[in-house]
Design a protein around this ligand. Structure first.
Ligand code: NAP
Ligand code: MG
Length: 401
């Protein structure tokens, strides 16, 4: 008897090796066990090109309607891809398009395994990272100053009055200059997405800036974030989630000494840099999951890695690959569990958690793809091919249900 999933999940197909694995995951691990209505959107590069990228926008609207989506990795075309696929245009990143429609924040979470030791000895639980993905240096205005002159910051209000002028620097010779901004609306959305995530994942929230030096700019982030926390104090307390504000230097040191298990909410640049540090610290890209959370509580799950192009070319030459499907499987279990929680169907949530446990047991039992074999302790000498790994998981899932 299949388990009935009450409300549809929005499914977004993708490209290359992840598309191949996606079909296997659905065929072996989802459809045989779940009676589920998937709203299917093909975000593969050919279909995006055919639909003038309308399909991506439609998928984002479907996530808004149904609340939960699961996405396969997709190609973000560059000049080489435009040529390779003979595209009409260098279409924008689908993730960027979906993120801007949902106004969401991306959270990354590593999968922890007993036989894949993290680079940092004290880390025992996942460190979740939320990155504010708007503004600051990513929307800056820069200038290479050629010689002496006065640099000013000028703000003009549409309501009239004298413009506000601040001297940035009186240049005596050449130098560099930068202007950047953020908005209260964006910082607030970010804070709200972090609060939603902290509550659903039941993890404490850490936020840090350099407000000792940047008293107004970074201090404003601290204040707006704190206001949103205050507004949601009761919900946070009910979920047992605490909030901790720190200086960024302190946060970096505390994270390295901690056992993990917190959501580290990061400003844009900190998140860009720290998410790569944390990912490397936990081992493999194939073990990093990602979820987009909107301020009004819509969720889109995916693997953090890309389409694993090199493996795809190997696959197309008819050669076997050993590609890690774990992060893609966890995108599915994340979406299914979330769906079950929203629908109040505990057997659906239980299925998702069973599948996750089975994947962990499989790897801890010594069956894993090559990327993990290279870092496993104790050492293993044999790796599983892409489909072999999925077949072992399927067998184990059958006997666990
Ligand atoms: P990638 O797909 O993340 O792969 C980079 C390398 O990391 C692979 O060649 C492989 O190393 C290793 N790797 C990543 N995931 C793995 C897995 N599941 N199992 C085993 N090894 C894995 O990045 P890319 O090759 O630079 O990008 C390919 C395409 O993905 C690009 O077109 C890019 O636009 C797209 N992309 C999409 C997303 C997304 O949709 N979220 C994110 C990032 C990139 P080895 O070759 O050493 O085995
Ligand atoms: Mg980065």
């Amino acid at each position: 008897m299949k388990i009935k999933v009450k409300t549809p999940i929005v499914e977004m197909d993708g490209d290359e090796m992840t598309r191949i694995m996606w079909a296997m995951i659905k065929e072996k691990l989802i459809h045989p066990f779940l009676d589920i209505d998937l709203k299917y959107f093909d975000l593969g590069i050919r279909n995006r090109d055919e639909t003038e990228d309308r399909i991506t926008v439609d998928a984002a609207h479907a996530i808004q309607e149904f609340g939960v989506g699961v996405k396969c990795a997709t190609i973000t075309p560059n000049a080489a891809r435009v040529k390779e696929y003979n595209l009409k245009k260098q279409w924008k990143s689908p993730n960027g398009t979906i993120r801007s429609i949902l106004d969401g924040t991306v959270f990354r979470k590593p999968i922890i395994l007993r036989n894949i030791p993290p680079g940092v000895r004290s880390w025992r639980k996942p460190i979740h990272i939320g990155r504010h993905a708007y503004g600051d240096i990513y929307k800056n205005v820069e200038y290479v100053v050629p010689g002496p002159g006065k640099a000013e910051l000028v703000f003009t209000s549409p309501n009239g009055g004298e413009p506000v002028r601040l001297t940035v620097h009186e240049f005596k010779g050449p130098g560099v200059l930068m202007g950047m901004h953020n908005t209260d609306a964006s910082i607030r959305s970010f804070a709200r997405s972090c609060i939603n995530y902290g509550i659903t994942e039941k993890v404490n929230i850490w936020f840090a800036t350099k407000d000792t030096i940047s008293k107004k700019y970074q201090g404003h982030f601290r204040d707006v974030f704190a206001e949103e926390i205050e507004k949601h104090r009761a919900e946070l307390e009910a979920a047992g989630v605490s909030y901790r504000y720190m200086l960024i230097d302190d946060a970096v040191a505390q994270v390295l000494k901690s056992e993990g298990g917190m959501l580290w909410a990061c400003t844009n640049y900190d998140g860009d840099v720290m998410s790569d540090m944390v990912a490397a610290g936990f081992g493999s890209l194939g073990l990093m999951t990602s979820v987009l959370v909107s301020p009004d509580g819509k969720y889109e799950y995916e693997a953090a890695h890309g389409t694993v192009m090199r493996h795809y070319y190997q696959h197309m030459e008819g050669k076997p690959t050993s590609t890690n499907s774990v992060a893609s499987i966890f995108a599915w279990t994340g979406a299914v569990a979330r769906r079950g929680e929203l629908d109040n169907t505990p057997d659906v949530v239980r299925f998702a958690h069973t599948l996750e446990d089975v994947v962990l047991k499989t790897i801890e039992g010594g069956v894993m793809t090559k990327d993990l074999m290279l870092i496993a302790e104790p050492r293993v000498t044999k790796y599983a091919l892409t489909e072999e790994f999925l077949d072992t998981v399927t067998e184990c899932l059958r006997s666990s249900i």
